[in-house]
Design a binder for this molecule. Structure first.
Ligand code: CA
Length: 233
């Protein structure tokens, strides 16, 4: 590896324009980047939490959540570098983007050279995060993120896809409080106005399946804030 070469990396491109996604996939793929794609803000957040990319390329004009909202939710839980794509080139947008936690921004249309240069630059400015974790294991709960299977004290636990994603989100952020909104974002496929009650009952079901109905449950309710998985020390 030469000096200054930060190596290839996993990129998540959140962009609703299929032509631009194709362009990103082609240009970045050629440079050895592994490119994951999402066409909406919600899908982008889901993929972000599942794949933990090294860099995010984020379009601002998206059909559901706009890029600002996506950026805010990424920043709630992560410091991953984010390169914002904007159709506008006003100074106000640039300031807004940088204040919101974007690392840099690129105005469409952009050249391949400029795209690659910006990506290299923001990756150099921030230390690369660790490799994608294949699983979580604190000696009590083990979650295999590849097989999407949870184990309790070595025994497989039968969970619905939503319950699995709920547990997986909580253990990925072990020790950290996640709000009901964040959990909806991370665990539910369909979210027609899912309220905190749905999350509450799903947490109760998950606790029951894990046999954690007592006060000493590692899946804590933090009143007024949300839920936290308390890992074994
Ligand atoms: Ca767009």
């Amino acid at each position: 590896m030469s000096v200054g070469d930060v190596g290839a990396a996993a990129v998540l491109a959140i962009e609703d324009d299929a032509d631009i996604r194709l362009l990103l996939r082609t240009v970045l793929g050629r440079e050895g980047y592994a490119v994951a794609e999402a066409a909406t803000g919600r899908e982008g957040l889901r993929t972000f939490h599942e794949t933990r990319p090294d860099v995010v390329i984020l379009d601002i004009g998206l059909p559901d959540l706009d890029g600002w909202q996506v950026l805010e939710r990424i920043r709630d839980l992560s410091d991953a570098p984010v390169l914002v794509l904007t159709a506008r080139s006003s100074e106000a947008d640039k300031v807004r983007g940088l204040n919101a936690g974007a690392d840099d921004y690129l105005t469409k249309p952009f050249s391949h050279v400029e795209l690659l240069a910006r990506l290299q630059a923001i990756r150099r400015r921030r230390p690369a995060p660790g490799p994608v974790r294949a699983g979580f294991d604190d000696g009590r709960v083990r979650v295999d993120f590849v097989r999407q299977q949870a184990y309790l004290d070595g025994e497989p636990v039968l969970l619905t896809p939503t319950e699995y994603r709920l547990l997986s989100a909580l253990v990925r952020h072990a020790g950290q409080v996640l709000s009901a909104d964040q959990l909806v974002e991370l665990a539910w496929d369909e979210r027609p106005n899912l309220g905190p009650e749905r999350v509450k009952y799903a947490v109760l079901r998950l606790r029951r399946k894990l046999g954690w109905e007592s006060e000493a449950s590692p899946l804590r309710t933090v009143r007024g804030f949300g839920y936290r998985y308390e890992p074994l020390a």
